[in-house]
Write a protein that binds this ligand. Structure first.
Ligand code: GAR
Length: 195
């Protein structure tokens, strides 16, 4: 299984994938790691591990659809079986989704469909939920929507801050992500009807 990973930030989930591949816990090929903005730590991590990296800078495009098209073409050039959104904080359009139907996987730090968006941890904390968690799902063109592959629950503790809660969620998120990728690499990507 060849994967392309998309990141916008720190890339700690990506690092977990890189580490699992390095020790043979995960049998897949990371074809490339790409970002939507320059200077991400995620891309640095990938380069440090010897992987090919690319940038399709959102700010270089006046029209969003042009950025989407450029991203789609770049990702497709690696012929991935799976595209992983690992903290990739941009919504992609139908053109991208249609090019990777059922093969675009996203990870989110909340129990979807609750608390989608860029602040899943903050929103769950603000709402006052006692249990939150993380979700790995097949992404569609919505905001953190699409068929759920796996979820894990994380208890919200008294005195939790967004940071402390997100750190505990990320422990589960990394585990869930590796498990899901392992399943996909051995059992294949679930086939969805072509649109
Ligand atoms: C992760 O918790 C991921 O679920 C979240 O961004 C974080 C990235 O961390 N993604 C979203 O909120 C998507 N809506 P990382 O860059 O350290 O892997």
């Amino acid at each position: 299984m060849r994967i392309v990973v998309l990141v916008s930030g720190t890339g700690s989930n990506l690092q977990a994938v890189i580490d699992a591949v390095a020790v043979g816990d995960l049998k897949l090929e990371i074809a490339a790691v790409g970002a939507d903005r320059p200077g991400t730590y995620g891309v640095e991590r990938a380069a440090a591990a010897g992987y090919e990296t690319f940038l399709v800078n959102f700010r270089d495009y006046a029209v969003r659809a042009d950025w989407n098209r450029a991203l789609t073409e770049k990702v497709a050039s690696y012929a991935p079986d799976v595209v992983l959104s690992s903290g990739f904080m941009r919504i992609v359009d139908e053109h991208f989704i249609d090019s990777f139907v059922g093969r675009y996987i996203n990870t989110h730090p909340a129990l979807l469909p609750s608390f989608p968006g860029a602040h899943g941890v903050r929103d769950a904390l603000a709402y006052g939920v006692k249990i939150t968690g993380c979700t790995v799902h097949i992404a569609d063109a919505g905001v953190d929507t699409g068929p759920i592959l796996a979820q894990a629950a994380v208890e919200v503790l008294d005195g939790d801050t967004e940071e402390s809660l997100h750190e505990r969620i990320k422990v589960q998120e990394r585990r869930l992500l590796i498990e899901t990728l392992r399943q996909l690499s051995t059992m294949g990507v679930p086939s969805l009807p072509q649109r």
